[in-house]
Write a protein that binds this ligand. Sequence first.
Ligand SMILES: C[S@@+](CC[C@H](N)C(=O)[O-])C[C@H]1O[C@@H](n2cnc3c(N)ncnc32)[C@H](O)[C@@H]1O
Length: 463
Amino acid sequence: MARKLIEVALPLKAINEASAREKSIRHGHPSALHLWWARRPLAAARAVLFAQLVDDPSAHPELFPTEEAQHVERERLFRILEDLVVWENTTNEGVLKRARAEIERSWRLTCAEHADDPRAAELYNPDVLPAFHDPFAGGGAIPLEAQRLGLESYASDLNPVAVLINKAMIEIPPRFAHRPPVNPESRQRTTTGAYRGAQGLAEDVRYYGALLKSLAYEKLSSYYPPIRVTPEMVETRPDLRPHQGQDLTVIAYLWARTVKSPDPAYHDVDVPLVASFALSTKAGKEVWVEHVIDENRTGYHFEVRLGPVPEGAKRGTMQRSGGGTCILSQAPMPFTYLRSEGRAGRMGTRLMAIVCEGPRGRIYLNPTDEQEQRARNTNPSWKPEMDLPSNTRDFKTPLYGLTTYGDLFTPRQLLTLTTFSDLLDDVRDTVRKDAVAADFVDDDSGLANAGSGARAGRVPSPV
Ligand SMILES: C[S@@+](CC[C@H](N)C(=O)[O-])C[C@H]1O[C@@H](n2cnc3c(N)ncnc32)[C@H](O)[C@@H]1O
């Protein structure tokens, strides 16, 4: 086999720079599609594939007889590679065509080299590039780039999340390539020019995503009420003055898990298990939560504080080794105690702080009884009853009595998640109707059966 470019040299500076830059790119990047914790930069995947598929000039002394000629040719390939890794060129057909032409050229030379192979007709067809398969595809960077470089690309993985990501990136978009969107809004708009690649599909994803969001908002907004900044709140928190009278949108509720205090004097009090009370450690913008113990020492409440975080607050009430400490009595709460409390059904939750969206970043507010009750008094219509794996090395919560998937969520989270998944059915029916109106074939093949008609608006099964 001819020596490949990757075996000799690579323009590493350009590849490294493009890979590092990609970390801060969100718009249009697969990282915005779904979280994947071991994602590889597309630039690196693209570069490595190109350099593995393209011959090094030294492999062809008949074409590049001197070292000087080889050097000049290698530099030419480097320029193509340097253009190829730039994020802005990801969909630049001119740049991609140049790269594909080099890959095809090397492939034709490989085929010529193996013309005498008994299986040459099957394995070395100069008009068909070899197919590509990544059996451990993860976030799909490599198969996506292989497809971009013109190879028929396959991906597989043990993890169903990875399979879903790869289906969404590599398998489904080509099925709808160059087709206009089906949603009524885009269809009404008079468009100039045809839809290229996945542009039509992308418009549909945006439209139906927004539809799903607005339907969910209608059903759920009353469960997530905004918080009005009152004059009383401003009295203790002057930083809130600019927002007085405004309704702030909540973006997160921070909860602490609790157990009953092990000290008999406080056995009725649910004390918090918190790794750290620091909410923001950004210099000049520190925020933390103080647990304020009631005067008669029968309970406590949480208050948000601004300013440097005291050491005790940084530490919280839980240590990695050893377990917890009761905030009222300082009694130790070893893991054996926490686990037995959990299994006895005495592990609870307490709202610790509320995070709102402000014009210049997050605003942290004290929890209120009303907010806490609203989260608790929610009745989801469904709860996943399936048991978590009994593997205490990787799944710790069963040790604490949280044995099913449903136990990991608050009732309000369950309501939200089930609302979204129920609405998906309605939106799917709308997509199908719109696709029929847009002249898609109304066959019975959903996405899972390799369909590309109106019915393919169906959500595929992840495996
Ligand atoms: C390091 S990740 C791959 C990262 C990927 N190249 C990317 O750019 O995101 C390795 C992947 O191998 C998968 N895996 C591990 N063992 C496997 C097996 N026996 N069969 C299939 N996939 C497996 C894991 O689920 C994981 O997604």
